[in-house]
Design a protein around this ligand. Structure first.
Ligand code: AMP
Length: 119
């Protein structure tokens, strides 16, 4: 599903935000929701998503400046609350970069050593 040409489209994350399908939530506020990734790539793998359905980072605009900062602060908060010593944040933007769900999300990965460069 792509939201790039026609603006925001509904995604599985929209369904999670509306409570239509369950998630394992770890944090929620007026602007965002954080929950465990269903296919974790590390012992701790969380997703932080805005309630506003911005399709990708590439499609965010100046009006999203505060929201983007908030998502990163929440990413650090949930990492800390999970007891992570260090963590990696990833935002895939566009299919070529590995984005599969076209609702902006910040991956928070931790609990194991991370390699660089990422694949
Ligand atoms: P990306 O490939 O960057 O778009 O990341 C999408 C992420 O969403 C993947 O890591 C998926 O495992 C995850 N995901 C997809 N569906 C769900 C779901 N229902 N609950 C939790 N995570 C999901």
């Amino acid at each position: 599903m792509s939201g790039s040409a026609s603006g925001p489209v509904d995604t599985i994350f929209g369904r999670i935000l509306r409570g239509e399908i369950p998630c394992d939530a770890v944090y929620s506020d007026d602007l965002c929701l954080a929950f465990r990734d269903v296919a974790p790539q590390a012992p701790v793998h969380l997703l932080v998503i805005p309630r506003e359905p911005v399709p990708s980072l590439a499609e965010a605009g100046p009006e999203h400046q505060a929201l983007l900062g908030h998502l990163l602060l929440v990413a650090a908060r949930v990492a800390r609350e999970q007891g992570l010593e260090g963590f990696r944040t990833v935002i895939n933007s566009g299919a070529v970069a590995g984005q599969t769900v076209f609702h902006l999300h910040v991956h928070v990965l931790g609990g194991r050593a991370m390699a660089w460069p990422p694949g």
